[in-house]
Write a protein that binds this ligand. Structure first.
Ligand code: ATP
Ligand code: MG
Length: 500
């Protein structure tokens, strides 16, 4: 018997229909992938399943019995735990305190048994081959990827029969993502059910026994993974055939240098980076995580400090703040890694998020030209197919991928022509990914210059004109032409090479 059986599930948020009669069924011992476009209702579904949200209509059976949890604890009582798309750790607490939060082992005096807690953490890490993270570190000092890993540990520590992973790999670099996939397999082999949500088709292929496809809040189909093609899945997801994911290569780079970077340093992470980004070029940035990519993007944007010389369109610049970086068409704009912290005002509307940073563009003598604002906001929402009820929808209530698109749109609204894109397609569905790549190519052909980091290697290989690989805070290699392959990128990331 299937352990979870869902029939006709509905959920509305005011006038927005998030789930519209979804069906779902899954059994112990399988990895069951849940696929669908941004806003299809996947996260809403798993929030209901894990007791974080109530549903309006429909039935859920777990072990053949009615199931309507009113909170996550009750869901856990029936063996269900989830790792949510948006992370929930407490920054001031350590790794181990977060993992056992509200469930700490106690001494007979009812105080937290610290040594027991450490022991349990180490056992958990060992049993599931966790990447090494010191258990006493404060979460505030961890990278996004490390926080994601701790979040997985927290879910597993509850020893659930059903573990739900909502885009848990999207913030992970390749090696950690591979680890998480084998973890999912291990859990299924132990007889548990893993419900796995990801926009990376390769991962779904590598791990899923079955796949269910959601579209517009209902279920399109459930398949045995082995019996269905990628094309069919994508077609079911987006309701049409996807012409191609990666745009045709066009060499639009000119000789004009848009961004020149020399001796760019901020030890220990950045140790003298040198490169030229040309007008019309998409310059990829690769390398293992933690080799300075993040720091480079943040510092170029003025959000962190670094030494060295930076020239924009031939003029030396020195940004102390992002506001300075953003100013005017000679500026520089960033799509940051951390969308909830740095990218979005979660309690503001989509319109405000898009237009506030550039409000001066719509104002004249202190008066706001609302028509012009509305027009640009509409255009931006359309070009990125941002799925919001209206431009007034609060950004925090958009689906994860749509939040990511708003950040991209916000950057487009600035007039900066040097764009720093840090993993811009994280959590974005395949259809929209294709549109974003197309847009990047188009911007390049219009003379924009784009620095592009992606945690997904195939994206770098297929979209970038050149790829610079960072290692230990330096450019280890600059790959061009036929040298741009996954193997070469990895090799340069790991080994010494002639150009180092
Ligand atoms: N609190 C809320 N208020 C209003 N609308 C909401 C709220 N939460 C979700 N929605 C809407 O419900 C729909 C489904 O969102 P959901 O987060 O489930 O999508 P998803 O399939 O997880 O997408 P993604 O792949 O982008 O994560 C979206 O249109 C979203 O805007
Ligand atoms: Mg989601």
């Amino acid at each position: 018997m299937d352990i979870v059986q869902v029939k006709g599930l509905t959920k509305r948020f005011g006038g927005i229909v998030a789930l519209d009669g979804a069906d779902f069924s899954a059994r112990l011992g399988e990895v069951h992938a849940l696929l669908g476009e941004n806003g299809a209702g996947k996260s809403t579904f798993i929030q209901i399943l894990s007791g974080a949200l109530n549903h309006d209509g429909g039935d859920i059976l777990v072990d053949g019995q009615d199931y309507r949890p009113v909170n996550p604890d009750e869901a856990l009582g029936r063996g269900i735990a989830a790792v949510f798309q948006e992370l929930s750790l407490v920054p001031d607490l350590s790794v181990e305190q977060n993992i056992w939060f509200r469930r700490e082992p106690r001494t007979w005096l009812r105080t937290v048994d610290v040594s027991q807690m450490r022991q349990q953490t180490l056992e958990l890490f060992e049993r599931y081959h966790f990447p090494s993270i010191a258990t006493t570190r404060e979460v505030r000092n961890l990278t996004l990827a490390e926080r994601q890993i701790v979040e997985v540990a927290k879910g597993l520590a509850k020893n659930p029969r059903i573990l739900i992973l909502d885009e848990a790999t999207s913030a992970l670099p390749a090696s950690e993502a591979t680890w998480l996939l084998s973890l999912a397999r291990q859990l299924a082999d132990e007889g548990r059910l893993v419900i796995f949500i990801s926009h990376r088709m390769g991962e779904v292929r590598a791990i899923a026994d079955r796949v269910s496809v959601f579209r517009n809040g209902s279920t399109v189909a459930t398949h045995d993974a082995a019996a269905v093609s990628d094309d069919q899945i994508v077609t079911e997801m987006i309701g049409r055939q996807l012409a191609r994911l990666y745009p045709e290569r066009m060499d639009t780079a000119t000789d004009r240098v848009a961004l020149q970077v020399r001796d760019f340093s901020s030890p220990p992470m950045l140790n003298g980076v040198n490169f030229d980004l040309r007008e019309g070029e998409v310059l990829g940035v690769g390398g293992l995580q933690g080799h300075g990519q993040r720091e480079m993007f943040q510092s170029l944007f003025g959000a962190d400090k670094a030494l060295g010389s930076v020239t924009l369109w031939g003029k030396p610049v020195c940004f102390d703040t992002p506001r300075q970086a953003l100013s005017g068409s000679e500026g520089i704009a960033l799509v940051p890694e951390d969308r909830r912290g740095q990218g979005l005002l979660l309690t503001k509307s989509v319109r405000e998020n898009l237009s506030l940073p550039v409000i001066r563009r719509f104002s004249h003598l202190g008066l706001l030209n609302q028509r012009k604002e509305a027009e640009l906001v509409r255009e931006t929402m359309k070009s990125l197919s941002i799925k919001a009820d209206t431009p007034e929808q609060i950004a925090g209530t958009l689906s994860g991928g749509n939040q990511q698109k708003v950040i991209f749109g916000k950057m487009l609204m600035t007039q900066a022509r040097v764009l720093l894109l840090y993993d811009p397609t994280r959590g974005v569905d395949v259809g929209t990914k294709g549109e974003i790549f197309q847009l990047m190519r188009q911007l390049a052909s219009e003379g924009y210059a784009i620095l592009f980091y992606s945690s997904d290697l195939p994206e770098l290989v297929n979209v970038a004109d050149r790829v610079m690989v960072l290692r230990s805070g330096r450019v280890a290699r600059m790959l061009e032409g036929d040298d741009i392959t996954e193997e070469e990128i990895l090799r340069a990331a790991v080994f010494d090479s002639e150009a180092a």
